[in-house]
Design a protein around this ligand. Structure first.
Ligand code: 13P
Length: 261
């Protein structure tokens, strides 16, 4: 966990998965989280945009939050196929992932675009989960810390605070591969991100949640989530099945995290 006493955040990124029958899986997650009581971490599900409104309606009066996976930087306009942060808010979402590597690589999103999207999230009162992470080539070239620090600095908009922003460190080569960095490497990168946040933003930068993402599963979540400055997880594949996601969520509870490690 982080060195500060922030409640951990476990976020599920369903990516382009889920038809309407996936809402039942989310209900199982909601009920499982309710059974954990007050010690449960903060839990967020980011389904495809088509399910945000329906999921938010089903999660009403529960502790589960619903978010989206991307947004445009403008509030409205002639941007075919895009959705705005305001639309996500209007659909009942309270968070949005920006700068995921699948958007940086697949849609050419540069840091400055990610920054405008995070600013849009803030404008619409959404939590912006800003993703950063190195490619395999960058890691092998010893560039990880430089790349990640540069992404953090260039992707964060003015006015980022611990209340409106989380960072997700997702090594690109660890996403969907079953591979994770060594625990020492995770500690090193999270510490570097924390230093950058603290030096740029001061007190609020010391409290911004830094999530780890990339092949998090029930088997490794306990040890990953017990590391210093790991304030939660951004989970892809393992968030699609309630049983697996609940196991990751339980691992984020301080009492059980170390037991699962
Ligand atoms: P996996 O957990 O499937 O590796 O995906 C991670 C991710 O990209 C979450 O945003």
């Amino acid at each position: 966990m982080t060195t500060t006493s922030i409640r951990p955040l476990v976020a599920g990124n369903w990516k382009m998965n889920g038809l309407s029958d996936a809402l039942g899986e989310a209900e199982a997650i909601r009920d499982g989280v309710a059974a954990l009581g007050g010690r449960a971490p903060s839990v967020l599900i980011c389904p495809p945009a088509t399910l945000v409104a329906a999921l938010a309606a089903r999660m009403e009066r529960s502790a589960l939050r619903v978010g989206a996976q991307d947004c445009h930087w403008e509030p409205s306009g002639a941007y075919t196929g895009d959705i705005s942060a305001e639309m996500i808010r209007n659909a009942g979402g309270t968070a949005v992932i920006v700068g995921h590597s699948e958007r940086r690589a697949g849609h050419g999103e540069l840091d400055r675009i990610v920054r405008t999207k995070a600013a849009a999230a803030h404008r619409a009162s959404l939590l912006a989960i800003v993703c950063v992470g190195e490619t395999k080539g960058q890691r092998e070239a010893g560039l990880t810390l430089d790349v990640v620090r540069r992404q953090v600095v260039a992707s964060l908009p003015e006015g980022a605070t611990a209340e409106n922003t989380a960072i997700a460190y997702e090594p690109v080569w660890a996403i969907g591969t079953g591979l994770i960095p060594s625990l020492t490497d995770v500690i090193e990168v999270h510490a570097a991100i924390r230093r950058e946040l603290a030096s740029r933003l001061g007190e609020t930068g010391r409290r911004i949640a830094i999530l780890y993402g990339g092949s998090v599963n029930p088997g490794n979540a306990g040890e990953l989530l017990s590391l210093p400055e790991v304030g939660g997880a951004l989970v892809g594949g393992a968030s699609l099945r309630a049983e697996d996601f609940l196991a990751v969520i339980r691992a984020a509870m301080p009492e059980t995290g170390s037991a699962l490690a």
